[in-house]
Design a protein around this ligand. Structure first.
Ligand SMILES: Cc1ncc(COP(=O)(O)O)c(C=O)c1O
Length: 423
């Protein structure tokens, strides 16, 4: 069977809404190399969307999961829990950038973590409202779609969305949205849409992921923290894409010099084993009644074992420092490419969360078609990259933090050839 044959079989049985980047049917993957069923090898600049931060098939993570599998694979933590469930919570609450007593709850997907963070904030405050930001992405469930600030493809055709959700512009220096404008718009929401006393939570990503890799400015985040304190609003940082050493710190919130009340985590938490978490201040976390939070697979033993191994690998292999080295290497090479290709309008990098924005050098207009074809061309030539951005004109690079530098060099040489081939 070839990749194309599997793609035909997929198209016949999987709904169109669940698209895939390219017809690459994976046979195996190791560190930053993915091999398909035809024996083609690809350099992975995507990490399954910021999940395999520790590299594919890390021996320590494999070993931890295999050991757990020998013991048992499921009992449901809400029925008969196990020590790894508690141990992972202890480690994560201790590492979260919150100085007061901290608690956690485990779930299965990122969207579920966001849903539960909002549930906890509502239970704690007794209020309904939530404020999110344009360009933000929080998941595909109904509440998360409501919070997401990007219509196509995430919201188009799926309404109605839950009430009492409002969006303010996210500050974005590159596109001329100042911190002041964002804060003024938030005040306008309080004047025109919902009084702050009815707002349970404000949620933002420390660096917008799907939205295009725009980082929240520290002074703006501090102003948001102050607004939350002034009105008794719960501040939620969505660290689902940014967490677990991706940005050069264990959590990107650490760049902001603020403490969130709640944080959502998923993706890199367990190197590909499905688990997510809400971590936050104990008095807020304890608001829902027993049984109000959880899920059948929430905090599965295999994922907890993997999560503990991931934290160990991050520490032993110093992956926060490595993320910065990988990111700087990318940035320097991307500047070289930009010198020859003025369509790269901007290069953004925080740790190994790296992006280029493609615009027409004369008109400044976004180039979504070029972005799309670049993703296809790169994949066809052996490099897996992803696009993002509200206007679809951003290429994002999320390599495993363990990637070797010659592979980055090789992958970016392919990207450069594909870019320069575009006339
Ligand atoms: C910031 C952020 N929040 C939430 C989610 C949703 O996570 P999941 O796809 O696991 O539901 C994502 C996924 O990309 C994300 O990047």
């Amino acid at each position: 069977m070839t990749n194309q044959q599997w793609q035909q079989r997929k198209d016949a049985v999987i709904a169109k809404g669940m698209g895939n980047l390219a017809p690459i049917y994976v046979e195996s993957a190791e560190n930053a190399t993915v091999t398909d069923i035809e024996g083609n090898r690809y350099i992975d600049f995507a990490s399954g969307i910021a999940v395999t931060n520790t590299g594919h098939s890390h021996p320590k993570i494999k070993q931890a999961v295999q050991k757990q599998l020998e013991q048992f694979s499921h009992t449901c933590a809400m029925v008969t829990p196990y020590s790894s469930f508690v141990e992972l919570a202890e480690k994560i609450t201790q590492k979260a950038p919150i100085s007061s007593e901290t608690k956690a709850v485990f779930l299965t997907t990122g969207a579920e973590a966001v849903e539960n963070a909002v549930k906890i904030a509502r239970a704690h405050t007794g209020r309904p409202g939530v404020i999110a930001f344009r360009g933000g992405f929080h998941g595909r469930t109904n509440l998360c779609m409501g919070l997401t600030g990007k219509v196509t493809p995430y919201k188009a055709g799926f309404g109605p969305f839950p009430a009492d959700i409002f969006h303010a512009p996210f500050p974005n220096g590159y596109h001329g949205i100042s911190e002041q404008q964002s804060l003024q718009a938030l005040n306008d929401i309080f004047s025109c849409d919902i009084e702050p006393e009815r707002v349970a939570a404000i949620i933002f990503e420390p660096i917008q992921g799907e939205g295009g890799f725009y980082a929240a400015p520290p002074a703006w985040a501090k102003a948001i923290r102050d607004i939350c304190d002034q009105h008794g609003i719960v501040l939620i940082c969505d660290e689902i894409q940014t967490g677990f050493a991706r940005t050069g710190k264990l959590f990107a919130t650490e760049y902001l010099d603020i403490e969130p009340d709640l944080m959502t985590m998923a993706k890199g938490i367990a190197g590909g084993f499905p688990i997510s978490a809400v971590v936050g201040k104990a008095d807020i976390m304890d608001a829902p009644l027993p049984g109000g939070l959880g899920g059948t697979y929430a905090g599965s033993p295999l994922a907890c074992a993997a999560g503990l191994a991931v934290l160990d690998v991050i520490e032993k292999e110093q992956l926060c420092a490595r993320a910065e080295e990988v990111g700087s290497f990318f940035r320097n090479r991307l500047y070289d490419i930009q010198n020859q290709c003025p369509k790269i309008g901007d290069i953004r990098q925080v740790g190994a969360m790296i992006a280029i924005e493609l615009n027409d050098p004369k008109s400044g207009l976004p180039l979504p078609e070029l972005t799309k074809s670049l993703v296809q061309q790169c994949t066809a030539n052996g490099v897996i990259i992803l696009s993002c951005g509200v206007k679809g004109n951003v290429i994002r690079f999320l390599p495993p933090l363990t990637i070797e530098f010659p592979q980055i060099e090789q992958g970016l040489a392919i990207l450069k050839d594909c870019l320069l081939a575009d006339k």
